[in-house]
Design a protein around this ligand. Structure first.
Ligand code: HEM
Length: 455
């Protein structure tokens, strides 16, 4: 039985709340309930889930202790165990803390500014080719369309041209089987003997074999220069000068792919839906920005031109504020920590929620309104306090792919805005809480028409 320490965070009685209030878990997920906890108890409270205390930390000040804690205090590994069958043994969350840190550094290197130039060129090429194939007019499901495009760009930038040019279809199929093996069930029981898990495990073995061959070839043909993420991992060295094994390289590639693919796809889709919904207010301003910058750079989409598209950037950020794909970030408490006189005890789960945090009206004015300009200028609303905007997390484990994600999603919408007019064909969709990464409920149908005066 559970005895609550006297200075434990106040407890939000979920069973009683569920009995007293009708929560729409199907459509609204667990967020309404957490929002109620925040409204009634403040920025730190706990709920009891099975035998465990889950402590919620809401708002910039409470986020600070979450994001500034050391790995020895708040640990990711225990809550990300479900990734091990996909990423593999001794990779990231299954590795010792020292090895994990070095592996994250390898990934960071592959996504840094120096490599970004090469990545952007490839993203632009894939996206332009993709949208050139669209007919004059038509209807598409944005989420399906972007998912297919983003796996192509990820293939080219991260996995390498061997996959992209020779066996893209085969890889996409195996990747789908890995994705299907990462459900809510897998989160709690990653090794439950289900069909999806069996297929996932087989797909992981096949993918490892594919990369073993490619890596071997690259090690033999050293005279060919590659500028992709795979090559950064092949060239990586641990501190003791040992090289990552082929299976570790494969796992790190898969980790980057999983971190970036669904999140970027979802963000591109929400961004389109919001842009089309609010086009009367924002479209002409966005097109002015596009005209001005594309003129300045002689029509070339590049790292430089994309970096100057401030309004487009703010639109993406505002999209992520309203619809962050990761709605909860979690850690296992390894050493008790305190906040505002409360103790978060060893063994608890600490949680922050970008979805809840981004709708706090003291931090973001009229938080339900779509207003990209809140992020522009000296008084940008997220600059007043650190850890206000947390769609990419924060602190030592903040997203390593943030720059890549912005460039990818901005490329897609820079091309689409300049080449096509859009109209919605349906109501604005609700978020779909049935998957771990939360996107809009599919399908997300829109009508498009190629512009006569595209530029
Ligand atoms: C971590 C969000 C795109 C690679 C994270 C975290 C968040 C996040 C919230 C922190 C997780 C935590 O604290 O538990 C997003 C969003 C994206 C995006 C919203 C797109 C819109 C990408 C891309 C890549 C990537 C494109 C790589 C190509 C990573 C990696 C980490 C991470 C490697 C782990 C960092 C660490 O633990 O130190 N991401 N991400 N992400 N992300 Fe992203």
């Amino acid at each position: 039985s559970y005895t609550k320490p006297s200075n434990a965070p106040p407890c939000f009685p979920i069973l009683l709340s569920i009995l007293c209030r009708k929560y729409d878990f199907i459509n609204k997920g667990p967020l309404e309930l957490i929002q109620d906890g925040y409204k009634s108890l403040g920025d730190i409270f706990q709920i009891r889930l099975f035998h465990r205390s889950v402590v919620f930390l809401i708002g910039p000040q409470a986020h600070k202790i979450f994001f500034e804690a050391k790995d020895t205090q708040l640990s990711q590994r225990e809550v990300y165990i479900f990734t091990i069958p996909v990423f593999g043994k001794n990779i990231v969350y299954d590795a010792s803390p020292k090895i994990m840190q070095q592996q994250l550094k390898f990934m960071n290197k592959g996504l840094n500014l120096i490599h970004m130039k090469a990545h952007v060129g490839k993203i632009v090429m894939e996206a332009e080719e993709w949208f050139n194939k669209w007919p004059q007019t038509g209807q598409i499901d944005l989420i399906k369309e972007f998912s297919e495009l983003i796996i192509l760009t990820a293939s080219r930038c991260l996995l390498g041209k061997e996959i992209r040019e020779n066996i893209h279809q085969e890889f996409a199929h195996l990747y789908q089987q890995l994705s299907d093996g990462m459900s809510h069930l897998s989160f709690f029981f990653p090794n439950a003997p289900t069909n999806a898990h069996k297929k996932r495990n087989l797909a992981r073995i096949k993918i490892s074999k594919i990369f073993e061959k490619i890596i071997k070839q690259r090690r033999i043909n050293q005279e060919i220069q590659y500028d992709d993420f795979l090559q950064v991992l092949i060239d990586a060295r641990y501190l003791d000068d040992s090289i990552p094994t082929d299976d570790e390289i494969t796992g790190l590639l898969l980790a980057a792919l999983f971190a970036g693919q669904h999140t970027s796809n979802i963000t591109s889709t929400w961004m389109g839906l919001l842009l089309i919904k609010y086009k009367s207010k924002w479209m002409s301003k966005l097109l002015d920005e596009q005209k001005q910058i594309m003129n300045k750079y002689h029509g070339e989409l590049s790292l430089e031109s994309l970096s100057e598209m401030n309004l487009l950037h703010a639109v993406m950020k505002e999209t992520l504020r309203l619809y962050p794909p990761l709605v909860f970030l979690m850690r296992k408490v390894l050493e008790s920590i305190s906040y505002n006189g409360y103790i978060i005890s060893k063994g608890d789960i600490a949680v922050v929620s970008p979805s809840i945090a981004h709708r706090i009206s003291d931090v973001f004015k009229n938080p339900d309104e779509f207003n990209p300009e809140r992020f522009l200028g000296e008084n940008a609303e997220d600059q007043i306090e650190k850890f206000s905007f947390i769609a990419f997390g924060g602190g030592r484990h903040s997203c390593l792919g943030e720059r890549f994600a912005y460039l990818q999603v901005k490329t897609i919408w820079s091309i689409l805005l300049r080449k096509f007019d859009f109209e919605l064909c349906q109501e604005h969709p609700e978020p779909d809480y049935s998957t771990l990464v939360v996107g809009p409920k599919a399908p997300c149908m829109v009508k498009f028409k190629r512009k006569i005066d595209s530029f």
